[in-house]
Design a protein. Structure first.
Length: 165
């Protein structure tokens, strides 16, 4: 009996308490993206980074951070549609590993008289971790939000049914 009451109390509290777990995971994903952003763009090996792909990556980083922040605000208020945005952003973070970091890791440029790898192994592993952690945070935030939204919606429907009866 107390387990049922505790669960009802937890569900009823959701009407008044923000979804901070999902929101904080979004903030962590943004932080990991910023670390990725800084790590990629602080390196300057030859002129390899001066291309259209890098410009598109910068624009995507800015859009990513704006959309992730928007989603963090949406999930705070248990809005289920933002979970789909978070799933998309998480998939985008995973896909990004295979675009700029992988190409930079495989590219060689001639600096002076010797060939140098654009992105070394250590930096490559670090930026892949940043993107992976960011993606995991976004996917976890989306999943948590979906579950909490479903639970809150069911609870609200049960309350309406009790009031109608």
């Amino acid at each position: 009996m107390t387990e049922i009451n505790d669960r009802e109390i937890q569900l009823d509290r959701m009407r008044y308490v923000k979804n901070t777990a999902s929101s904080r995971l979004c903030y962590l994903a943004i932080l990991m993206n910023v670390l990725y952003f800084v790590s990629i763009y602080k390196s300057d090996v030859g002129s390899w980074y001066y291309q259209m792909l890098t410009g598109a990556s910068i624009v995507y980083n800015l859009l990513f951070m704006l959309m992730a922040f928007l989603a963090s605000e949406g999930v705070k208020n248990y809005q289920p549609n933002y979970s789909f945005l978070l799933y998309g952003l998480g998939a985008g973070q995973i896909a990004r590993v295979f675009i700029l970091p992988l190409q930079a890791h495989q590219a060689l440029v001639k600096v002076g008289s010797e060939e140098t790898r654009v992105m070394g192994d250590g930096q490559f592993i670090r930026v892949v971790l940043y993107l992976g952690i960011s993606a995991a945070c976004l996917l976890a935030a989306a999943l948590i939000n979906q579950r909490k939204c479903a639970a809150l919606s069911g609870h609200l429907k049960a309350l309406e049914a009790k009031e109608a009866a």
